[in-house]
Design a protein around this ligand. Structure first.
Ligand code: FAD
Length: 530
């Protein structure tokens, strides 16, 4: 059995950053990854059109060794380019020598020797003083119970388990269930090629224009002179993105003309600007939110030919407060529905009855299909963690501890699971934080914590049930005082039947980072060291 100071599970932005930092500080570290390559979600999500929604240079490490010689081709890079970026990072930081790929972890047990024993599906076992769970928010795909799904005679794949050889849509009848971020991206790829495309929508997405463009290598090289300053801004509050800043005023503090101008500018800038880069009360106040929705609705409806289809894609009345479900970025998504080969099916009024060998049967009609795409998302935030048999003190299981809801201290530690920390996990800023930003500030926090323990001769860290309850109560208060609590979304765990409904991500990355900082300067209040 191999023994390390630290075992990290997961080779996405979080795990790789932590490996680099802890190793640099002299800890012995091994990173274990289920997939055959690096990049986390970008390794797994190889469905047609998979693309990041954070624009260059936000979605990359701030370390010069990683950006100096790297050139992106597009403002919003696609999945293959992201995987190549992780190969570049691997070379730049020499990470691979401490990574075991194709190593899916099945059990993690904390023993009386104050160490974790970690066992892979392969039977290989590792021992470590510290266990760092970097399994991400979306490593467990979710497929709803669809009666008869196994009987479908055509090609059927979940977007997150897409086959490496791909699927040809040309001349085929394609059905897509789900219109979240992945669904939007696959629709755009299938619509130009499919003989017939049927999009099954339960809830409309408030997709925003990506404003994609090719990047000129020379301009990018010149822009790098500003990268150090940009990354300082991204990594210090108020920051999260290099160049998206929320105004310090509310929607109705501005005149009508100023409001229009702010919304227009954010719209033209594209990406997440319209979601998180306008007024400070859009996600807090119903009337402010409605103003943002109405702007989005009018812009969007103008692009859809058929008013009945527009009523489904961009209803007059908001289906939920704008931005409380993740707004996807689109490139011509709404125009797809003007094509004669594309049809929208409203699952609210005509739910799926069953999947049959020939296709999908709803309460109103039957749709013959050759390909069925399940763009149905993830058991987000918790699914990747509870899929592993993690046992803490007294053989208590993590899945059991969370069966009636998640409790953590700061989204970093779980009471009764000593020496286990989570990055990009439940109850931290996670999906409200640009991925690499979160990986870096949580990674730095963990690195300093372990250095402090080493300096003070401590070998054990835990938190208490009271701290777990208090953090959960704090998030519940945030759910109530923002508009997030009103919407059934995966932020609330509400996309999974039977899952406890609670706000699973801290909805303000800056405030979350302040909590981590406060904890550190108060000598890790809420943690117990031995
Ligand atoms: P991940 O990238 O999820 O990596 C987790 C790793 O853990 C995976 O490689 C997985 O295989 C591994 N793992 C899980 N379970 C086990 C196990 N039992 N044993 C071994 N290994 C295991 N964020 C943004 O900021 N902007 C975006 O535009 C954006 N777009 C996204 C689009 C998609 C389709 C998805 C799914 C996510 C997107 N995200 C985006 C969020 C994204 O998850 C983060 O940006 C970032 O990937 C988080 O990195 P991570 O290392 O924490 O987790």
């Amino acid at each position: 059995m191999e023994t390390f100071d630290v075992v990290i599970v997961g080779a996405g932005f979080s795990g790789l950053y932590l490996l680099h930092r802890l190793r640099s500080e002299g800890f012995s570290v091994r990173l274990l990854e289920a997939q055959s390559g690096l990049g986390g979600v970008w390794q797994a999500n190889r469905y047609p059109g998979a693309r990041v929604d954070s624009h260059v240079p936000n979605y990359e490490y701030s370390m010069e060794a990683c950006w100096r010689d790297w050139v992106w081709t597009e403002r919003f890079p696609g999945r293959d380019e992201l995987v190549r970026y992780f190969e570049h990072v691997d070379r730049a930081l020499d990470l691979g020598r401490d990574i075991d790929l194709d190593t899916r972890i099945e059990t993690c047990r904390f023993g009386e020797d104050r160490r974790w024993t970690i066992t892979a599906q392969t039977g290989r076992t590792y021992k470590a003083s510290f266990l760092m769970m970097c399994t991400g928010f979306g490593s467990k795909p979710y497929t709803p119970e669809l009666p008869g799904l196994a009987s479908f005679a055509g090609i059927c794949h979940h977007t997150a388990t897409w086959p490496e050889q791909g699927v040809d849509f040309a001349g085929r009848r394609v059905g897509i269930i789900g219109t979240g971020a992945s669904g939007v991206q696959v629709v755009q790829e299938a619509a130009p090629h499919a003989e017939r495309l049927v999009v099954f929508q339960r809830t409309p997405v408030t997709a925003l224009p990506m404003q994609q463009r090719k990047l000129d290598p020379a301009a990018q090289a010149a822009a790098k002179a500003d990268y150090p300053a940009l990354f300082v801004r991204r990594n210090s509050p108020p920051g999260n993105f290099c160049d998206i800043v929320r105004l310090d005023i509310g929607v109705f503090d501005a005149s009508e003309e100023e409001r229009e101008e702010v919304f227009e500018t954010a719209w033209r800038n594209g990406g997440f600007h319209f979601w998180v880069g306008t007024f400070n009360d859009v996600l807090l106040d119903e009337a402010a939110n409605r103003a943002a929705y109405d702007f989005w609705r009018d812009k969007t409806r103008a692009r859809i030919d058929d008013p009945a289809v527009a009523d489904l894609l961009a209803p007059i009345e908001p289906p939920y407060p704008f931005g409380t479900k993740r707004p996807s970025l689109e490139q011509g998504y709404y125009e797809c529905f003007n094509q004669p080969n594309v049809e929208l099916v409203d699952l609210r009024s005509t739910p799926i009855d069953s999947i049959v060998p020939r296709g999908v049967r709803t309460s109103a009609a039957a749709f013959d299909l050759d390909v069925l795409v399940l763009a149905t998302g993830f058991d987000a935030n918790t699914g990747g963690l509870t899929a592993i048999d993690i046992r803490g003190n007294d053989d208590k299981s993590l899945a059991g501890a969370w069966s009636a809801g998640v409790d953590t201290h700061l989204g970093m530690a779980v009471p009764g699971f000593p020496n286990m920390l989570m990055l990009y996990g439940p109850q931290s800023a996670t999906a409200f934080c640009n991925g690499p930003t979160c990986a870096e500030f949580q990674g730095e926090w963990v690195t300093r914590l372990l250095q402090r323990m080493r300096a003070q001769g401590h070998s054990l860290i835990d938190t208490t049930a009271e701290m777990g309850n208090a953090w959960t109560a704090h998030l519940a208060m945030l759910a109530d005082s923002t508009l997030f609590g009103r919407t059934d979304s995966w932020y609330m765990g509400a996309n999974i039947p039977g899952k406890h409904r609670q706000l699973l991500n801290y909805p303000n990355a800056d405030a979350y980072r302040d909590h981590l900082r406060h904890c550190e300067v108060s000598d890790y209040e809420g943690f117990v060291f031995r």
